[in-house]
Write a protein that binds this ligand. Structure first.
Ligand code: ATP
Ligand code: MG
Length: 391
């Protein structure tokens, strides 16, 4: 019997209703093909599933590693593909036979040339397995193991049992583009991941205060963006030199308002870059009450510096532990943990305000001589990097 292993991909159903279906599917397929770059395979699209076939067997694990990170896919199964005949089905299903316990066979028959209907085929195959293994029994309602048999119109059948979860969410690129304020910490990479999972393409902006912050701190952020690419595809990263502005804040503003003002200027620059590069939103890793600059009042005062775009804060209601768990899962944890100084920690005030006042913040900020010019310069001299996807 001619049989081979294939990978069956299922996508979420929610987004496949209505007019956008084609757009979503087209993007999803593109994204799957992107992550499979460098691998030989055949991609087959049927009405509600995709199959990856004709790959070299030793690449199977690698393919699974990659496609489970593609947002928009729900789950996958490794299936056996055979030419449809009752004998072939019996021979191939034995591989999926559990050692003991309850099971059921579920058949979907699209091939109407067969003389048995799907129920009859399930019963035939179930009976065949029962005869092979006395420790098995059938339970149609709560089986320990469900073996699925998909008999297609084209003369081929697929048999599979276990499902492997994929990344869920929406295909990246179907929900516009967001500008992620990416620091070297734990939170902002997770925030980027969460928004990419809702379909956003991710651009990043990072502020550094060289020479107060080191080259290592900059590399850390590039490495974090690199980890994100496994989920988001290429990430365009803008690195902004923030040294002069930070020094000016230090020189002209009240010490307890330094962080507040720094954050206001960061989002102002981020918004300008975002508008220039067609991003529809800013994204930050803020989480309510995590630090002084993330109280409701602090966020209000920071937010006021953003003029037209929404600021997405996907972590706002998450605990640090949940954020860390996700960081672990997306493999950014070990990088975020590295101890290099972030620009936020340079010139850190002893007692930052917890409840800043907007008017005071604006007044203090207005004391900075030539701020607009410095902002313009920072934007003009921005380093524009493309972090290529690593698979
Ligand atoms: P993170 O772990 O992401 O660094 P944090 O807990 O250190 O966050 P803050 O330093 O208050 O919190 O920063 C809040 C958010 O502001 C970050 O999640 C990030 O989106 C943005 N941000 C902070 N520092 C920088 C930076 N140097 N460059 C770009 N964005 C930054
Ligand atoms: Mg930080």
């Amino acid at each position: 019997m001619d049989k081979k292993k294939v990978i069956l991909l299922r996508y979420g159903e929610i987004f496949l209703k209505g007019k956008n279906r084609n757009l979503f599917e087209k993007r999803l397929i593109e994204n799957i093909k992107k992550v499979l770059v460098g691998i030989e395979y055949k991609f087959i699209r049927t009405q509600n599933r995709y199959y990856i076939e004709d790959y070299q067997e030793y690449m199977q694990e690698e393919i699974i590693q990659r496609v489970t990170k593609v947002f928009g896919l729900h789950s996958l199964s490794i299936a056996t593909k055979i030419l449809t005949s009752y004998d072939n089905l019996k021979e191939a299903i034995v591989e999926y036979m559990p050692q003991d316990g309850t099971f059921r066979v579920t058949t979907k028959r699209a091939d109407k040339r067969l003389d048995k209907n799907s129920m009859q085929i399930s019963a035939m195959l179930g009976g065949y397995l029962l005869a092979q293994n006395k420790k098995l029994s059938v339970d149609l309602y709560y089986p320990k193991c469900e073996i699925c048999v998909d008999i297609r119109e084209n003369g081929y059948s697929y048999i599979f049992a276990d499902k492997i979860d994929c990344a869920q969410g929406m295909p990246v690129g179907t929900a516009g583009r967001g500008m992620l304020l990416l620091s070297g910490g734990f939170d902002s990479p997770v925030a980027g991941y969460r928004m990419a999972r809702r379909g956003m393409e991710i651009f990043g902006v990072h502020y550094h205060s060289y020479p107060h912050t080191s080259e290592l701190a900059r590399q850390k952020v590039i490495d974090l963006a690199g980890k994100l690419t496994k989920y988001c595809g290429d990430v365009r990263l803008f690195v902004v030199k923030f040294t002069d502005i930070q020094q000016a804040i230090h020189e002209y503003c009240r010490e307890d308002y330094m962080i507040t003002i720094m954050r206001r200027i960061m989002v102002e620059i981020a918004e300008k870059l975002a508008l220039k590069h067609h991003c529809g939103a800013l994204i930050t890793g803020e989480s309510l009450a995590q630090v002084a600059s993330q109280t409701t009042r602090s966020i209000t005062v920071t937010n006021e510096a953003v003029k037209s775009l929404p600021v997405f804060r996907p972590l706002i209601g998450m605990d640090k532990y949940e954020i860390m768990d996700t960081a672990e899962k997306i493999d950014t944890y070990a990088i975020s943990e590295l101890p290099y100084e972030d620009c936020c920690t340079v010139f850190l005030p002893k007692n930052p305000v917890i409840k800043p006042d907007l008017e005071i913040a604006k007044k203090e900020q207005a004391k900075i001589v030539d701020l607009d010019k410095m902002i313009e310069e920072a934007i003009e001299s921005v380093e524009d990097l493309i972090i290529k996807a690593e698979y």
